[in-house]
Design a protein around this ligand. Structure first.
Ligand code: ASP
Length: 345
């Protein structure tokens, strides 16, 4: 079993200096940090598309360890691809729960420090919220023993946060919209368990757009955690909540659809009762603004209808799931370049 003691240690703000910083929360980023990171992301995207060989020098000689104790396709593959495209090496146990010593009963404190003895950066996905903060704290103590201080990156911690997903989501929105000013972002589905929406809502606040608003649509039992809503309101972002599809959703500049997180429900009957409350279908998308962006962190299931519905939604230019995925690799390249070497790219 994975034993976690929650840690209250606040993560270190970036404040213009990425080098050597653990990335555990979007709360570490201010607007100017995001400007720097997104400039680097755009630049790396251009350079990769032009096959600029210099990109492969940025992380040469560095090693990233992937420790994934929860399933993943996009985050796992995009981090691996990002590190390799920067010229770095990747080691890891993608199915950490089954194939690492956690299976023998080792706690996270020891598993993370084992990875820290070998790697320069550790990408951790874990089912328990707060685990990445704890891991970062333990890595911080390792330097007294091994003379190095490896960097921890949160690749999703339970129902907590998913900072790199939020970074790629915001980058993708700005790629299409150029500005968030006066933009309404509707977030739909399982807002209680969805770490991607927890992080994205916080990041929209850090971006500080004028007149940006959040419209939160969920079944009553799956509402956004009150602390996230309060934080958004306190930062001047208008927040509205609803429990059914409405015109505000149809008029939104961004529609961020999410999966009901079956694996987080204790009682399967509760999941069955709620899973079809919000389904994005081609007719619903046809009724939405021609200028909207339809986003989803994926994986998707019936919250986007049938396989035929998926295909029809994908064919709509407003659907940008695949651009989100590709941007995920570029954002992670930029972040790795910054934390590993502070590289100006
Ligand atoms: N892939 C995203 C995550 O890891 C969304 C999801 O699983 O529904 O949080």
């Amino acid at each position: 079993m994975l034993a976690i003691v929650p840690s209250a240690t606040a993560p270190e703000p970036i404040e213009g200096d990425f080098l050597g910083k653990h990335i555990v929360s979007v709360g570490q980023f201010c607007r100017s940090d995001l400007d720097v990171l997104f400039d680097a992301t755009s630049s790396l995207r251009t350079r990769v598309r032009q096959s600029d060989r210099g990109v492969a020098e940025i992380a040469k000689g560095s090693v990233m360890a992937l420790l994934f104790f929860e399933s993943s396709t996009r985050t796992d593959l995009s981090f691996q691809s990002a590190m390799r495209r920067l010229g770095g090496e990747v080691v890891g146990v993608s199915n950490g729960i089954r194939f690492s010593s956690a299976y023998k009963g080792e706690d996270l404190h020891d598993t993370i420090r084992a990875a820290g003895c070998y790697a320069d950066v550790i990408t951790l996905r874990h089912p328990v919220a707060g685990s990445c903060r704890l891991a970062a704290r333990y890595l911080g103590r390792l330097d007294k023993k091994v003379g190095r201080r490896p960097i921890l990156i949160n690749a999703g911690d339970g129902v907590g946060e998913h900072p790199t997903q939020a970074l790629l989501d915001l980058f993708t929105i700005l790629d299409f919209k150029e500005s968030l000013d006066n933009t309404c972002i509707s977030m739909v589905g399982d807002l209680k368990h969805g770490r991607t929406v927890h992080s994205l809502a916080r990041l929209v606040c850090a971006w500080g757009a004028r007149g940006a608003s959040l419209h939160l649509l969920s079944p009553p039992d799956l509402r956004m955690p009150p602390e996230v809503v309060e934080m958004c309101r306190a930062s001047g972002v208008e927040v509205s909540e609803a429990s059914r599809i409405d015109d505000r959703l149809r008029e939104s500049g961004v529609i961020y659809w999410t999966r009901v997180q079956e694996e987080r429900f204790e009682n399967p009957a509760d999941y069955e009762a709620i899973k079809d409350d919000f389904v994005m279908t081609p007719p619903l998308l046809r009724s939405c603004s021609p200028h909207t962006l339809l986003m989803h962190p994926l994986p998707r299931k019936h919250e986007m209808g049938t396989r035929a519905d998926h295909d029809e939604l994908d064919a709509d230019d407003r659907s940008v799931f695949f651009q989100q995925m590709e941007n995920g690799m570029f954002v992670r390249m930029a972040l790795l370049a910054k934390v590993l070497s502070g590289a100006h790219v």
